[in-house]
Design a protein around this ligand. Sequence first.
Ligand SMILES: [Zn+2]
Length: 225
Amino acid sequence: MMLIATTVAVALVASTLLAAAPAATTAAIPPMIVYVATAAELSPRLVARLCAETDAIWRPAGVTFAWRRTPRASAGALDAAPSGPFVPDTLRLTIGPDRGGGRDGRLPLGWIVFDDAAAPQQDIYLSHANAVTMLENARGVVGIADQMPPAQRETLLARAMGRALAHELGHYLLASKVHTPHGLMKATLTAVELFAPDASDFRLEPAQRHALAARRPADPLVASR
Ligand SMILES: [Zn+2]
């Protein structure tokens, strides 16, 4: 289950960070900047792999991310929200042990909170603890987690967490807390959907792609005015 407190909105607005984006970026639209703070015990490789999973899900929709690792202590610093009709294109991602407020006994892998329908917070939380519990509970799908080689465990956790992160980013990017029966914005994911190698079901529906395109101006300089 993905917990969404309220609504969301998105923006692409010029910033010095975006202006400094590498020229090799293939997307026409600059990447969203995501500041990543993680619990100390998390392996950097797991974090890199879950970000790669998220990248792969969003790339077909033309959305790219610039992941910026940041110490926990400085994770509070975000670019000031620009004025204008769009919310900032910078987000803060925290990956840690919090378990969130799951309903119906389900475990939220990630969540995003907003001040009100028009004022999204630039924060996504990803629960490593809940991902581990889900893995341990998915014995019938993936086998016994405790007996897996560390690399296999990491592969499975990176998939589930990367897919959950892609979903939460969808709430932000689509400016909507709406869930769909299929695809990336499905509310509840089965163990197979979280842990299987194939992520091709994690797609936006056509109407969502159109909504996203309308929210992402091709020229961020124009959008900032
Ligand atoms: Zn959701």
